[in-house]
Write a protein that binds this ligand. Structure first.
Ligand code: DGI
Ligand code: FE
Ligand code: FE
Ligand code: FE
Length: 188
């Protein structure tokens, strides 16, 4: 494994300074959510720190990895917004030498959510959305909901993200919609 200073240097060198700051804040917010939800704080902090490690890897490198490393070729019609979680885990294993499957799964699910989510998945998913640098309309409500009830936060984020994507007439990755159907529907 890398030492913590090697890990920090590798992460800093793989992204712009503002993205690095976001990763540090997601790490801190993940730690706080872990404490509130009886989860291992150090593990949550590490997962939050690395969640966007591969956000700025060049598109051509992603395309090559998807084609040669056994990823579903249907991913090629998407882009880095979808790739950096589920394909990003490849770069995290390769460069950061992280092998903990719970951390890799949380990174993999952090953009779209999923029908099944562990406590760590939910922590990283929500920390990413409510870290103190976020300023979208509704972030204070999202934060209050999440600190009161982590599952409610997941439902809140999925509903608002879907609404946002539809307003932009952007396309919906099927897993995002599947996750919405599990976590956001009221009156189940
Ligand atoms: O990497 P970050 O910006 O920190 O955050 P993220 O990985 O959660 O990405 C958030 C963005 O991803 C947000 O603009 C919504 C978008 N997103 C989530 N699900 C989908 C999606 N974009 C598309 N096109 N389709 C989706 O299903
Ligand atoms: Fe991300
Ligand atoms: Fe997210
Ligand atoms: Fe992020």
């Amino acid at each position: 494994p890398l030492t913590s200073s090697e890990l920090i240097a590798q992460e800093r060198g793989n992204m712009a300074e503002d993205r690095f700051g976001h990763c540090v804040r997601v790490s801190q917010t993940s730690r706080k959510l872990a404490q509130l939800n009886d989860y291992d704080e150090d593990k949550a902090a590490l997962a939050g720190f690395v969640h966007d490690y591969a956000k700025q890897v060049p598109v051509e490198e992603y395309r090559e990895v998807i084609k040669t490393q056994g990823f579903d070729p249907d991913l090629l019609v998407w882009g880095r917004r979808i790739w950096h979680g589920m394909v990003g885990t490849y770069f995290i294993k390769r460069d950061l030498k992280i092998t903990d499957e719970e951390i890799l799964t949380a990174v993999s699910r952090h953009t779209t959510g999923d029908t099944t989510m562990t406590t760590l998945d939910k922590i990283v998913f929500m920390a990413d959305y409510i870290e103190p640098g976020r300023d979208f309309p509704g972030v204070e409500e999202a934060s209050a909901v999440t600190y009161a009830d982590l599952d409610e936060g997941v439902g809140y984020q999925l509903a608002h993200t879907l609404d946002f994507l539809i307003k932009q007439r952007d396309k919906i990755y099927p897993r995002t919609l599947d996750a919405y159907n599990v976590w956001s529907i009221k009156n189940k």
